[in-house]
Design a protein around this ligand. Structure first.
Ligand code: PEP
Ligand code: MN
Length: 341
């Protein structure tokens, strides 16, 4: 349910409602608007929900009490307008500025990560990507340097100050990866790895949740709900392309999902035109389209020499093309009231 406090409600009134909800086993989300305060309450097993709603409704400082109709509750836009996720000082996702996360598909070595980090920093990027754990379709493909790779990312971050986003593929690795990463990435193949989702819900790190290869928008949002319900509200949704009948592109970047996720949830939405297309020459056009559709950030595969990349080279931009894309993105961002530095 959502309890809407009237403008007359005092802090004491608000706190008394929150305490009472928590005692009943509710998880509480407080959204302080300019005019009113909304208190979202979900997850309690109380049996007499209608009576509980009526009791809150009878309080003089409560304007209204309404049920949350969507199956995903804590991520629903019914309970708050927008979430802005702070990654580090000066790095916020979901605000006016469009954020870029860029780097190679896989962490391929310390020197390469440092080279990438310097080039990307010079191009204005604040978040470096790179997979140390690679969930590959084939067991014979490069599986990643694992913890050694995390250390390489940490070194590149130390040298340049860039924040790090990297994938975690199993629940028992979450705390370890969180020691090195600023943002935990949950890959498309793991969108419904519920143990992983719950473990990511227990750490105080932003999580980027990729949409599964064949997941509906509702399944994706319910996966996000798992993380938030566990106690971590810092979730961003990432559209990375879905399976369709089309084979010319690796996946079909579903821009409907970008716009839908923005209207259904308060979470920031990220687009991944690299995996969404599988072709480097389509990355820039689809990056622009994603920003026009409302994406708050983009995650882009970039490598100094894509033809030598250990994985996903055919969808990877070189630095020249990355810089060109960024130049072309600026007027698109401005046209939809955003900035891109
Ligand atoms: C990746 O970001 O390199 C990756 C493996 O992405 P996805 O999970 O979307 O396939
Ligand atoms: Mn990749």
């Amino acid at each position: 349910m959502i309890i809407i406090l009237s403008h007359k409600a005092t802090d004491n009134n608000k706190n008394s409602v929150i305490d009472r909800l928590k005692k009943m086993g509710y998880k509480v989300d407080i959204s302080e608007g300019k005019e009113r305060t909304l208190i979202g309450a979900v997850g309690s097993n109380v049996e007499n929900k209608n009576e509980v709603m009526a009791q809150f409704m009878s309080l003089p400082f409560v304007e209204n009490v309404v049920p949350i109709l969507k199956p995903y509750k804590m991520v629903s836009r019914e309970i708050r307008e927008r979430s802005v996720i702070k990654v580090r000082d000066g790095i916020e996702i979901g605000g006016k500025e469009i954020m870029l996360m860029a780097g190679p598909c896989a962490v391929e070595g310390e020197a390469l990560m440092i080279e990438c980090a310097h080039m990307l920093k010079a191009a204005g990027v604040k978040i470096l990507r790179g997979g140390a754990y690679k969930p590959r379709t084939s067991p014979y493909s490069f599986q990643g340097y694992e913890e050694k790779g995390l250390k390489m990312l940490a070194k590149a971050s130390e040298e340049t100050g860039l924040a790090i986003i990297t994938e975690v593929i199993q629940g028992r690795d979450v705390k370890k990866v969180a020691n090195y990463a600023d943002i935990l990435q949950i890959g498309a193949r793991n969108m419904q790895n519920f143990n992983l989702l719950k473990e990511c819900g227990k750490v105080d790190k932003p999580v980027l949740l990729k949409r599964g290869l064949s997941a509906t928008i509702e399944e994706w949002l319910l996966a996000a709900e798992y993380i938030v319900k566990e106690g971590n509200p810092k979730v961003m949704l990432c559209e990375r392309g879905i399976r369709t009948f089309e084979t010319y592109t690796r996946n079909t970047l579903d821009l409907n999902a970008v716009a839908a996720a923005k209207s259904l949830t308060h979470l920031p939405v990220v687009a991944d035109p690299s995996h969404g297309t599988g072709r480097w020459e389509l990355v820039s056009p689809m990056a622009k389209a994603s920003v026009a559709a409302g994406a708050d950030a983009l995650i882009i595969e970039v490598h100094p020499r894509p033809e030598e990349a250990f994985s996903d080279g055919q969808q990877t931009l070189n630095f020249k093309h990355f810089k060109q894309m960024k130049k072309e993105l600026k007027p698109v961002a401005a046209a939809v009231g955003r900035t891109l530095k």
